[in-house]
Write a protein that binds this ligand. Structure first.
Ligand SMILES: [Ca+2]
Ligand SMILES: [Ca+2]
Length: 192
């Protein structure tokens, strides 16, 4: 069994479990039943409320939903909490093709951009396609939603996630938290 086959088997197993769980949640379904779902957890390893604890990817034929769970999200701008989701849609082109950036406190905005890599200098024009971000302060969750039109119709994706925050004195050193490790992508997820 090749590495990719093992990975595909694991992802399929997760999808099957998610489908079973989804059938139990009658009403109020946030995820279409035809979306492939993958969950990844991250350690309680940042002293800041933005600390990333889990990421859920739901990849369907019409949209990609990325839901992140944090330690404690606050409305106050003093938290400085923000997140960046790098989306890789093309295995033949190294690095991410899209980047979704958003502030996690009240009054901030979000944007989906084209990119040619992880660094700010490689970020390009805003994407002309439906996307949105919603913050649930009670459950400490952020949901980023990208239509497949916006993602150039990508049929499989993988993501890397980085969050950050600031202290009361405005400093932010040591408060950056990546999913798993810096610039590390999740396994590829093929749309359900
Ligand atoms: Ca973390
Ligand atoms: Ca790529």
């Amino acid at each position: 069994m090749t590495k990719n086959t093992r990975l595909a088997t694991a992802v399929t197993a997760v999808t099957a479990t998610a489908a079973t769980a989804a059938t139990l949640l009658v009403g109020g379904l946030a995820t279409p039943a035809d979306a492939a779902v993958v969950r990844v957890t991250d350690a309680d390893d940042s002293p800041h409320g933005s600390d990333l604890l889990a990421v859920r990817i739901a990849d369907g034929p019409r949209r990609l939903l990325v839901t992140t769970t944090h330690d404690n999200l606050r409305r106050s701008p003093s938290s400085g909490s923000a997140g960046t989701v790098f989306v890789d849609t093309d295995p033949s082109d190294p690095g991410p093709e899209f980047v979704f950036v958003g502030g996690y406190f009240e009054g901030t905005d979000y944007q989906l951009l084209h990119t040619d890599g992880f660094g700010y200098r490689t970020w390009g024009d805003p994407v002309d396609g439906p996307h949105s971000m919603r913050i649930d302060y009670r459950r400490d969750k952020v949901r980023m939603r990208m239509s497949k039109t916006a993602l150039d119709g990508a049929e499989e994706v993988r993501i890397a996630v980085r969050v950050s925050g600031t202290r009361r004195d405005g400093t932010s050193r040591g408060l950056t938290d990546w999913l798993d490790a810096p610039r590390r992508f999740t396994p590829w997820v093929a749309e359900g």
